[in-house]
Design a binder for this molecule. Structure first.
Ligand SMILES: [Zn+2]
Length: 450
């Protein structure tokens, strides 16, 4: 057996088969074996984490880095440091908010150049489906796109317009042929327009007005449409950021029927509840919106029973001025919550209250998102996988101080909250990139190409 460069010993290593005492042997950035705790091979370095949890590095497939073009919103340097500090070892960047948007192979190359040498953790890219770019999907896949994202409602930026069923039929046929997945922002404009027409515009500072403006029906109708198109084209579909519990039954039925469908929800839908959001508190604005407490409970149930496959941050930062924190205007404020650094702890905080364990956490935050992105070597602590690992104290607690977050802007609805689950160390391909507040290795993140 080849000697290891590094062996990590722990009494609670989270492997796909269970949590157990183990010695994880690493050579050349790859896990060469997961051995009995007492049978570690020789290694030039040994790290004994005792009874801290060793988790597979988090894979966050829903991150808006916004670089190039809107680097003042966020960027590869800041986003990937936030990831490292939050136990995320691979991010997949969304095709929008950057300029150009990633809807052509050339734009993907521009983005890859912008990311090169700036990342602390590994990264990959989604391409975008917009009206008229079906010819670009195969070139985007060849250039390294992991799959494609589309919107059915305005995305918030004009360069990334929404698609209709007419655009989607040929696009989904093409994506199916490429063997990739279509990620869908599932809200349809019809119910949103009907909600607007049915009542006088409320006070823009009231959260209840904002919530009423994006009804659950918009999500339900969108999911129905996408499931129909999935049936028709055979294209694998993934519903991003499920917020409305009303979509869960159709998703459950579709899975039972064997359709190739998966779905994610986000830490903010699992953490917050509409009843608790103050008027004017635009840090909480996202689309779809955070709904009621009873809705939140049903999202947790759906994660537990597998209707929702995993948790992704939908990290979508913007400069404080665009969040309209001063006026508290929910109509004008940018919709997006930036939580890459906090997603693991926020998810764990809710999970442990509901008696879920670290094995669930590893499935929701690493293994299943890795599968969506087609990362065969990430998301699991197993021989042959990249040595992406997190040393995690499940009982440690910390108070969220916005100024200390590594994201570009200190805006977060988690400000002042106490979260459980402290990331002590993060390893990317065997290199320690985060250690108790320090970033000892610099920018070692690389592009995970297909
Ligand atoms: Zn998003």
């Amino acid at each position: 057996m080849r000697d290891a460069d590094l062996v990590i010993l722990g009494t609670r290593v989270v492997t796909p088969e269970g949590v157990r005492p183990a010695a994880v042997a690493i050579a050349g950035g790859v896990i060469t074996g997961v051995h009995e705790h007492g049978a570690a091979p020789d290694a030039s370095r040994r790290l004994d984490v005792k009874d801290a949890i060793v988790l597979p590095g988090g894979v966050d497939p829903h991150v808006h880095v916004n670089e190039p073009g809107r680097t003042e919103w966020e960027g590869f340097e800041t986003a990937t440091r936030a990831g490292a500090a939050g136990g995320v070892t691979t991010i997949v960047d969304m095709p929008l908010n950057s300029l150009p948007v990633t809807t052509t192979a050339i734009a993907l190359k521009v983005k890859a150049r912008a990311a090169a040498g700036r990342a602390t953790v590994d990264y990959a890219f989604w391409g975008g489906v917009v009206p008229g770019n079906v010819q670009q999907l195969a070139p985007l896949a060849r250039a390294g796109a992991r799959g494609f994202k589309c919107f059915l409602v305005p995305s918030g930026i004009d360069e990334f317009p929404p698609v209709t069923a007419r655009d989607l039929r040929p696009a989904m046929a093409q994506i199916a042929e490429l063997g990739l997945a279509l990620l869908v922002h599932a809200e349809l404009p019809g119910p949103i327009q009907r909600a607007a027409a049915s009542r006088a515009p409320g006070d823009p500072r009231r959260y209840a007005s904002y919530l009423a403006s994006r009804p659950a029906a918009a999500e339900v109708e969108a999911v129905d449409l996408i499931l129909d198109l999935c049936r028709e084209t055979g294209c694998r579909v993934h519903i991003v950021h499920v917020s409305a519990a009303e979509t869960l039954e159709p998703l459950r039925a579709a899975k039972r029927a064997g359709l190739p469908v998966s779905a994610e929800t986000c830490p903010h839908y699992l953490t917050f509840a509409a009843e608790e959001i103050a008027d004017g508190a635009t840090a909480w604005k996202c689309a779809p919106p955070i709904r009621e407490r009873s809705n939140r409970d049903r999202l947790w149930d759906a994660l537990a029973d597998g209707t929702l496959d995993f948790v992704a941050s939908d990290h979508s930062p913007a400069p404080p001025a665009l969040k309209c924190l001063d006026t508290g205007d929910f109509v004008r404020a940018w919709g997006g919550v930036a939580s890459l650094e906090l997603a693991l702890a926020a998810t764990w905080s809710g999970a442990r209250q509901r008696r879920r364990d670290v094995q669930d956490l590893a499935r929701w935050c690493a293994e299943r998102p890795a599968r969506l992105a087609g990362f065969g070597r990430k998301g699991r602590i197993a021989a042959g996988c990249d040595a992406d690992l997190v040393v995690f104290d499940p009982d440690g607690r910390f108070v969220v101080e916005p100024d200390r977050l590594r994201q570009r802007h200190p805006v977060t609805p988690y400000a002042g909250m106490t979260l459980a689950g402290v990331v002590r160390q993060t390893f990317v391909r065997g290199v320690c990139v985060y250690d108790s507040g320090a970033f000892p290795a610099g920018k070692v993140g690389t592009w995970v190409k297909p």
